[in-house]
Design a protein around this ligand. Structure first.
Ligand code: GNR
Ligand code: NI
Length: 172
């Protein structure tokens, strides 16, 4: 395989984060290379997940690794939720909103149908934090971001904080 590289991550309010990803139809070496680059990018940024949308590739590819050892990579291609159950509140962050965190309510358990990099279909069940990550990444592929779930007041407070942090970073 060609050398891996890190990809640039789009940050809010980049309008490209609102793009809906199209299904993957070709399961070739270029797809495997892209998935490797997504993992490289996610690990370099200390993220637990990454959606292709965030690196400006509008195909239904997401990667997750929530393990302590950063050694349990999960890739879901063309993922669709087939079942969800319960509810949980979890404090979320996002690589496209550096430094921002907010509580979001999502399903506690999800069952998804997805494909691997060879196009083989499988079912994947997640619960708790892993289920949060799956839903967060699937949202990105639909052009949705976690602050969309907040009340207008909370969202505007959070986005003002992001602006302030950016100004401080720019003048430091
Ligand atoms: O790195 C990330 N951490 C995180 C924490 C709580 C809930 C969701 C996430 S996903 C995020 C990486 C990211 O932005 N993925 O899209
Ligand atoms: Ni995110």
């Amino acid at each position: 395989m060609a050398a891996m590289s890190t990809l640039a991550i789009l940050e809010f309010p980049d309008p490209r984060l609102r793009t809906r990803a199209a299904p993957v139809t070709v399961f070739d070496a270029a797809l495997k290379q892209f998935v490797a680059d997504m993992f490289e990018t996610m690990y370099a940024a200390n993220g637990v997940g990454l959606a292709a949308t965030q690196v400006d590739v509008h195909r239904q590819v997401l990667v997750i690794d929530m393990s302590e050892g950063r050694n349990q990579p999960l890739v879901l291609i063309n993922a669709g939720i087939v079942e969800k159950d319960g509810a949980q509140v979890y404090q979320e962050g996002c690589l496209s909103f550096p430094g921002l965190y907010a509580d979001v309510t999502r399903a506690l358990k999800v069952k998804v149908k997805a494909q691997d990099t060879d196009g083989r279909e499988f079912l994947y069940e997640a619960e708790g934090p892993l289920a949060v990550a799956v839903q967060h990444e699937m949202d990105h592929l639909a052009g949705k971001v976690f602050v969309d779930y907040l009340s207008p007041l909370k969202r505007s407070m959070l986005l003002k904080r992001l602006e302030k942090q950016r100004k401080q970073a720019a003048s430091a």
